[in-house]
Design a protein around this ligand. Structure first.
Ligand code: MRU
Length: 362
């Protein structure tokens, strides 16, 4: 029997019997594959904050299962008491990370289930919450596959593709977003040559993207973040595919810190940048990138986390934003599960949501 690899594990899974959300602890990758069970609100919050589970869609799925597990434990038959406690837990989980809109999107979907079913018993509401969380995960898989199909139509066999951070299977329930065209291409013999930026400071590209692509047999080459200009100047990159944490109504996109640098370099070398975005990550209530909240993280991630010895002077000032905003002008297309949106994005993204309303994915 062949050995299991990272692609054989669920990024997020519900274990209803044991009241836990089971995740791969991504802080341990690629050194060891460890599954952990999250039971309490504090454990779920910590896992999201510490990036044990990370990537916008995976955070959404983990939060949906998480709030279901917490709701199950609310002991009351009174709707208002149940709702009040549900909202308290929801707001706590929502505070774990601010940029990826999928976190609040998934939690709000769960709250809607509670609010729409006031006439039902608490026991029935709990069952509906479980169904909704499972539906969020089922949709995630469907959406990523669709994004893969649309993304694949933008490239050709043998192309060089550069990606930044991890918008892979580890960031979703399957396929990833930016990696979905790569995996579908792999199934169809496209032989892409992929460059994975290491992605300082948390190294999601090196630890996660290179790991999962390699495990899948994809031709992947790891580069440092400051090498993307060199590989593009060499003519080795035909397209950039990245994920996103929040797309504003005008197409400005927040993604892992460094994405905007890649996009600026790509413009210089005439390489198209495609942002792979499930509609759950598009936030039409945020008008432009200026209004997207950008998470700032501890200085230690920059000064010492991956080093045997600290590599920066004690007391030095550190700025550690986890995301940056890529101006929509640098984006060739936003690849959603309803098609590829092109500039002007205010119109094309609104059109994507019209399509979603008319014919939701089944
Ligand atoms: O801080 P992280 O690792 O959660 O950041 C992840 C990213 O920036 C991804 O590109 C984004 O969430 C899209 S995942 C499909």
């Amino acid at each position: 029997m062949s050995e299991k690899n990272i692609m054989d594990y669920d990024t997020v899974r519900l274990d209803d019997e044991n009241n836990e959300v089971v995740i791969i602890d991504q802080t341990r990758l690629p050194g060891s594959i460890e599954l952990i069970g999250l039971h309490t609100a504090e454990e779920i919050w910590e896992a999201v904050y510490r990036l044990r589970v990370r990537g916008a869609p995976a955070i959404g799925v983990a939060a949906a299962y998480g709030i279901y597990i917490l709701a199950k434990q609310i002991q009351t038959e009174d709707f208002q008491t149940f709702r009040q406690e549900f909202v308290r837990q929801k707001e706590y989980l929502d505070s774990a990370r601010p940029t990826a809109v999928n976190l609040s999107w998934a939690l709000n979907r769960m709250l809607t289930v509670v609010e729409k079913n006031q006439d039902k018993t608490i026991c029935e509401i709990k069952k509906l919450l479980k169904q909704e969380a499972e539906e969020i995960q089922r949709e995630d898989i469907l959406v990523c596959r669709k994004i893969g199909e649309y993304g694949l139509s933008l490239v050709k066999p043998g192309d060089g593709i550069l990606t930044h951070c991890n918008a892979g299977q580890l960031a979703t329930s399957r396929y990833g977003t930016a990696t979905a065209p790569i995996y579908l291409g792999q199934e169809r013999g496209y032989h892409f040559k992929v460059f994975a930026d290491e992605t300082r400071p948390l190294l999601q590209g090196a630890r996660l993207t290179a790991f999962e692509l390699q495990a899948s047999g994809v031709d992947v080459t790891l580069i440092c973040d400051n090498m993307s200009a060199a590989v593009m100047r060499n003519g080795w990159v035909n397209a950039v595919f990245v994920g996103c944490d929040r797309v504003a109504a005008n197409g400005d996109t927040a993604n892992k810190i460094g994405t905007s640098v890649v996009a600026a370099v790509a413009k210089q070398y005439g390489v198209p940048v495609y942002v792979c975005a499930p509609t759950s990550t598009i936030d039409l209530d945020t008008p432009t990138g200026n209004e997207i909240p950008i998470e700032e993280r501890p200085a230690e991630e920059v000064t010492e986390l991956w080093y045997r010895d600290r590599m920066a002077p004690e007391g030095v000032k550190v700025y550690n934003p986890a995301f940056d905003v890529t101006d929509s002008a640098l984006i060739a297309g936003i690849v959603t599960e309803y098609g590829v949106a092109r500039a002007p994005y205010t119109e094309s993204l609104a059109e994507i949501f019209r399509r979603k309303q008319q014919a939701p994915l089944q």
